[in-house]
Ligand binder design. Sequence first.
Ligand SMILES: C[S@@+](CC[C@H](N)C(=O)[O-])C[C@H]1O[C@@H](n2cnc3c(N)ncnc32)[C@H](O)[C@@H]1O
Length: 209
Amino acid sequence: MRATLEAAAQALGLDLSPAQVDQLLAYLALLQKWNKVYNLTAVRNPAEMLTHHLIDSLSVIGPLLRHGAPSRLMDVGAGGGLPGVVIAICCPGTDVTCVDAVAKKATFIQQVAAELKLPNLRGVHSRVEQLQVPPFGVITSRAFASLADFTALTRQHLTSDAVWMAMKGQHPADEIAALPADVEVFHVEQLQVPGLDAQRCIIWMRPKA
Ligand SMILES: C[S@@+](CC[C@H](N)C(=O)[O-])C[C@H]1O[C@@H](n2cnc3c(N)ncnc32)[C@H](O)[C@@H]1O
């Protein structure tokens, strides 16, 4: 597991410290341990969890750092913490709020924050559209909703210069076409996820002035 993760981080151009690799592996172990109780993910095979969840989420760190990691980031519909927990581990200067409508998932994130000693991570139980919190510089999602629903539900939580970052599989041309006129797609990045033979991309969006 460790060798695969380190090789993937290197292939993604990430300079992770041994402590960060430890935290990522400890997170994976917690995900496996609590999955049966909290029903966090349908993926049960440990090797698949590593590639399909952990390394898949790791692939957004480079793009996020190149954009400029914000001081506050929200991961909406975070579930078991993908990609929010991975971002909190890899970007210690960013406060990550993982929001989920299911209480046990938010509780799990709080547990991860405590066990991994991540002061920059928190789990919040709420429907995102009902949440009342200070705004965020970046809002991320993975397997959450269509681009139109994602942006509509979270727009109120953006700072004035903030952006949305949606993780998608193949290029979602139909979803982009269905976006309202006041949302601009300003960048689409194709991702190569080590160990995953599938299309992945990031859709960067911002409100149109
Ligand atoms: C398919 S899961 C994806 C979880 C995680 N991002 C991942 O990639 O494994 C979608 C999550 O969105 C949450 N969700 C759905 N609607 C929501 C809403 N309005 N506000 C907050 N969370 C919501 C669900 O509870 C669920 O955990």
